[in-house]
Design a protein around this ligand. Structure first.
Ligand SMILES: [Cu+2]
Length: 118
């Protein structure tokens, strides 16, 4: 009898452990894309829009764009442009000079954004 109880206790413990591990797994999110640059502002490309469409950083700071869409985008502005960015790709640019930088995705007309550097 004692042995049986031990077996039940062990099984319950194992089941709990497995359930806990499975629970962890479902809450795991894919790791963010890291291109090695620590960004001061991040713009998501989502729903064929830049979100947020305007970001403000200080001179010398870095803006990072991440493509969260299933389609290819790019970032083309005055003095900076990315290659074609597939889903999950990221691109960063450091803005040294104060000013207002309009940019767009040349693949999708109307997909525009602005970086304000103060
Ligand atoms: Cu685009």
């Amino acid at each position: 009898m004692k042995r049986f109880l031990m077996l039940v206790a062990t099984s319950t413990l194992l089941l709990g452990l497995v359930t806990a591990l499975a629970g962890c797994g479902t809450e795991e999110r894919p790791a963010p894309v890291d291109d090695g640059v620590s960004a001061d502002a991040t713009v998501e490309m989502r729903g064929q829009m830049f979100q947020p469409s305007t970001v403000t950083v200080s001179a010398g700071e870095t803006v990072s764009w991440v493509n969260e869409d299933p389609v290819v985008h790019n970032v083309v502005g005055d003095g900076f442009n990315s290659a074609s960015m597939g889903s999950g790709d990221s691109f960063s640019h450091t803005f040294e000079e104060p000013g207002t930088y309009d940019y767009s995705c040349t693949i999708h007309p109307g997909m525009n954004g602005t970086v304000v550097v103060d």
